[in-house]
Design a protein around this ligand. Structure first.
Ligand code: PLP
Ligand code: ZN
Length: 474
């Protein structure tokens, strides 16, 4: 059964508090240029039904076969109760598994831990949660406003463009997708996803930041939908990550610590906002602790929160090369969101409910390799979370009775270049990474091409088999 509840939504500026109706497409605040969060004007009325009502509702929907309610819109009333069923696009995103680590890894770390594999989303990163929301909203605008053409644009070198291009390809007319990339600054894998989805891929000489400025100029002057994470529809969709964690643990988040890598800070904003909404409605009665993780090569949010509350001053940083490349951002656009949400979070969850830890490049890549040697599929940012857990344990910020839930934000295959660089000892000096033999794994040649050339086929088969027997000690 499709939900009946409908409401009105508003964009709320995080800088000047202006409000705008969600019936218009806004990217940033027309008054001050600030970033928005989206709110349901009637949100409090949902609380009148009580937590039990919603827990049962969402659990019942978990068995539902309606594609429109199978992804982020399982939590329809908390998501975007201005959409109709026909607006909703679902490509298999969301409801990603939480995989407990083996007892061996747990005893090494000294802590119960699990990875939530958001790399098992369709374009292989969590970005699909936000894109599903943004595209569903765009479809509703097409339906309501009768737009005959809408161009979606993003500047990206990685997961955002892959996701945007995939949803645009599926939805089709009248939505078209354009991706702006800095020429020569993306790997072939990063380029292949939007190309395969048939997006128009435009290259600009220069860096990502310049591409971003071109895109914002387009958004200011033409009717284009900007899909970078300033777009508050994306943040809204990403809140589903928090809802799923709560549901998986039967709505009991006491003793849970959620680790999230911070880049542009959209994801951590969504996670904080999501848990706060559940708490406000009485759907959960304990907030989990949230720990953000940043590399020492891109750590403006860590620096902000490591100052004493009275002296805190936000300063962008110049980034250095990072294996957690998707989080390699010196001036996160969602920082104003983080600041307000963290205040609320600390207020409701207590002094220890939010913190940020800093980890080193070497720790990030080795944590990823270590997790994956125990059967996980963590990307470098997932490795960053495990490194953050190890760091916070060594600093006494968590105790062994707590359960850590680590965000593996993308599939490890997207970031295989970094694994290869580690195994081949091929990192440029700016990463400061020295491979350790225990983490290195390389293919072993059984025979050289030359030896193969000297043998008949039959002989080669037998000799190869014997050589393998010798190597494996069979
Ligand atoms: C975008 C991205 C991040 C960073 O998320 P923010 O919302 O920018 O903080 C981390 N990991 C992966 C794989 C990403 O694609
Ligand atoms: Zn404003």
């Amino acid at each position: 059964m499709f939900p009946e509840y409908r409401s009105e939504m508003e964009y709320v500026c995080q800088d000047c508090s202006s409000r705008y109706s969600a019936m218009e497409l806004h990217y940033t605040c027309p008054s001050c240029g600030g970033v928005f969060l989206l709110v349901d004007k009637d949100f409090d009325s949902l609380g009148e039904k009580g937590g039990q009502h919603w827990r049962e509702m969402f659990d019942t929907r978990a068995a539902c076969k309606d594609p429109a309610l199978s992804g982020i819109f399982r939590f329809y009333e908390l998501m975007a109760p201005i959409l109709e069923r026909e607006d909703i696009v679902w490509l298999g995103e969301a409801q990603t598994p939480i995989i407990n680590s083996t007892s061996k890894l747990e005893s090494e770390v000294g802590q119960k831990l699990a990875f939530k594999n958001d790399g098992q989303n369709p374009s292989a990163s969590f970005k699909d949660r936000g894109m599903a929301c943004a595209f569903s909203y765009l479809q509703s605008m097409v339906r309501r406003q009768g737009w005959d053409q809408i161009l979606t644009v993003c500047a990206s070198t990685g997961d955002t463009s892959a996701s945007a291009a995939m949803y645009a390809a599926y939805v089709g007319d009248p939505i078209k997708s354009v991706v702006l990339l800095p020429k020569g600054k993306v790997t072939p894998q990063q380029l292949s996803q939007p190309l395969g989805s048939g997006a128009t891929v435009l290259e600009l000489p220069g860096y990502f930041d310049e591409c971003m400025m071109v895109v914002e100029y387009l958004a200011d002057n033409y009717r284009v939908a900007l899909l970078n994470s300033k777009n508050s529809w994306r943040i809204l969709g990403q809140e589903s990550y928090a809802y799923e964690i709560a549901q998986w643990y039967d709505w009991d988040l006491s003793g849970k610590v959620v680790y999230v890598p911070i880049g542009n800070a959209g994801n951590i904003s969504a996670v904080l906002s999501g848990f706060l909404k559940l708490y406000q409605l009485g759907i959960i009665t304990a907030l989990p602790r949230v720990i953000g993780v940043q590399s020492h090569h891109a750590d403006p949010v860590y620096r902000y929160y490591s100052q004493t509350p009275e002296s805190r001053e936000y300063q962008p940083v110049d980034v250095k090369a990072s294996v957690a490349q998707a989080a390699m951002i010196g001036n996160p656009v969602s920082f104003p969101r983080v600041r307000t949400l963290v205040e609320q979070y600390l207020d409701k969850g207590g002094r220890d409910s939010f913190t940020v830890v800093q980890v080193e490049e070497q720790e990030i890549i080795e944590a990823m390799l270590r997790a994956n040697k125990y059967g996980h599929i963590a990307c470098t940012q997932g490795g960053e979370c495990l490194a953050g857990l190890l760091k916070s344990r060594s600093e006494g910020l968590v105790d062994s009775g707590e359960t850590a839930i680590l965000d593996a934000t993308a599939h490890t295959l997207k970031f295989q270049d970094f694994q290869e660089k580690y195994f081949d000892n091929d990192f440029p000096p700016e990463y400061g990474i020295e491979p350790k033999p225990e983490y290195v794994n390389r293919p072993e040649a059984v025979f050289s091409d030359e030896v193969r050339g000297r043998m008949e086929k039959g002989e080669y088969i037998v000799q190869s088999a014997r050589e393998i027997v010798k190597k494996l000690g069979l």
